[in-house]
Design a protein around this ligand. Sequence first.
Ligand code: BDR
Ligand code: CA
Length: 310
Amino acid sequence: MRSVWLDTDAGFDDWLTMLMLGVHPDLRWLGVSVVAGNAPLPVTLANALRIRHHYQLRVPIFAGRPSPLNAPLQTAEYVLGPRGMRTAGSYLPDVASSPDGDDAVAAMLDALNRSPEPVTVIAIGPLTNVASVLKAQPSIVSRIEELVFMGGSTDRGNHTPAAEFNICVDPEAADIVCQTPGLKRRMFGLNVCRQVLLERQHVEAVQAWSGERARWLADHFDGYQRIRSADGVVPMPLYDPVVTAWLSDPDLFTFQPARVDVEVEGRLTRGMTVCDFRVGPSRAANVEVAMTADGAAVIEAVLQAARKHC
Ligand code: BDR
Ligand code: CA
């Protein structure tokens, strides 16, 4: 049985990822560290707590880093709204619950050190918490089975023409993650997420489910799917749950080894993941990069997992 830790900036696609982890048949889900990203930390933390409460997930949640290692905080409310997740109607109701601790870096270190087997770390937000863990205890890499992250791109960006949001807002953290020796890494970038397209028909499928948990999901699917066009005609890529779709069915994806480095200085390209596929004896690969996905099957897996919670 695989043990996993989730690091998230709890927006809508992070929510779907949490739901998939919650119904995975053979995972030991050790904990969640929350980071600033889609919105400031108090908002992403409240989102994670709401998701846990309303969908009855049994997992400890810890507050992580409120700002990037070496850059001013950038968030995405200008696209995603004040909660860092767009809705076409209802919001997840507020809850009274509190996090299980306010030092996610210490909690993650503790969980990794105590786990009887190395842990798969899933990172679906800016890599600030993960880099802080690696900085605090470099030997922790021996307790990490693999770091699997949604972030970066082999080609175009989204936050800037060159850079994907999670990497772009904390490039120094991503640089530490990519350079740390002995760490196995797997990247799901925009290049593969853009093959996983959410269309109107998927929103309509969720709208047909009944119950209030389904209604919250349907309203957020609806809000999210209209990001690229108000009428929803333009499909919207789904990002974070590709990682959990891979956990459930690795055959839905293909990978290619590459040397991935993060641009931390470029005037136009800061936060770009420079992927060099010309690997060999003199240029070692450091990341397995997802290249293709069976997009329809990934969307189906996400919807099936979400439906189990409704
Ligand atoms: C990533 O940025 C966030 O807005 C999403 O949750 C996802 O992790 C996509 O670029
Ligand atoms: Ca995210």
